[in-house]
Design a protein around this ligand. Structure first.
Ligand code: C5P
Length: 230
């Protein structure tokens, strides 16, 4: 499938406090190399990926990783923020061509597949903004913390994954508006949604998990093995 060129922003500045590890989760070993090296190599190997931007709060550690796992693409490193949204805003500031297609993809999702990335790029090209999101298998309950308040219609629900994408100008404007309004979203396209910008949904896969707890590393290793990437 041919694809328009795109830029990818990889937020990689979190500490990953749910991992119970002294090392930030993006640097933990997974099938022989750090989580972040897997994520970067997936984008680096894609013809239509033109530029990789990484946000970090530990430039020395990132430089070390890039020396061991060099990238072929143009790569820019920016300072991470205290919250993910700030890390992403700092990367978007580098994307000065308003029309460029920009994807944002968590460093901690190393099992992403090129066909999913391309599906999001195509959806952004067609519709202006898109995200990967997982259909829900289980029945979903709303609760007040103690009791069920409602059973939600799972057919209308998706779990947001990354990549999430839009044209650079649209993203930068939405992040600036959110900053002005003091709004913090739990994902990137939420900042577009609040401005009424339509966001296309592309079905994600359970294998595109975000490394969050130690058990996820075991699962991710099995997935990479199955994908022939370990
Ligand atoms: O902590 P969480 O799992 O939500 O992090 C998702 C992604 O955002 C990770 O890849 C992490 O490195 C990144 N992040 C960041 N800057 C922060 C917090 C998280 O770049 N301040």
């Amino acid at each position: 499938m041919s694809s328009p060129p795109f830029v990818v922003c990889i937020p990689a500045a979190g500490s990953g406090s749910r991992m119970d590890s002294g090392i930030p989760k993006q640097y933990l070993p997974l099938a022989g190399k750090p989580v972040l090296a897997h994520t970067l190599s997936m984008f680096d190997g894609m013809e239509s990926c033109e530029t990789i931007i990484i946000a970090t709060d530990d430039k020395r550690r990132l430089d070390h990783l890039l020396a061991e796992y060099p990238l072929r693409k143009d790569c820019f490193i920016v300072q991470g923020g205290d919250v993910r949204q700030k890390s992403v805003a700092n990367m978007l500031a580098m994307c000065t061509d308003d029309e460029a297609i920009v994807l944002i993809h968590d460093a901690a999702r190393p099992c992403i597949l090129p066909e999913l990335i391309l599906a999001v790029v195509h959806a952004v090209e067609e519709s202006g903004a898109a995200l990967l999101a997982l259909p829900v298998r289980d029945t979903v309950k709303a609760t007040d913390g103690r009791y069920v308040t409602q059973t939600l219609d799972r057919n209308t629900i998706r779990l947001a994954q990354t990549p999430q994408g839009a044209r650079a100008g649209i993203f930068r404007n939405a992040f600036a508006e959110a900053d002005r309004d003091g709004f913090t979203g739990t994902d990137d396209v939420a900042l577009l949604e609040r401005l009424g910008i339509p966001v296309r949904v592309v079905d994600g896969l359970p294998s595109n998990l975000k490394i969050t707890t130690p058990a996820d590393l075991f699962l991710a290793e099995q997935i990479l093995l199955r994908h022939g990437r370990s």
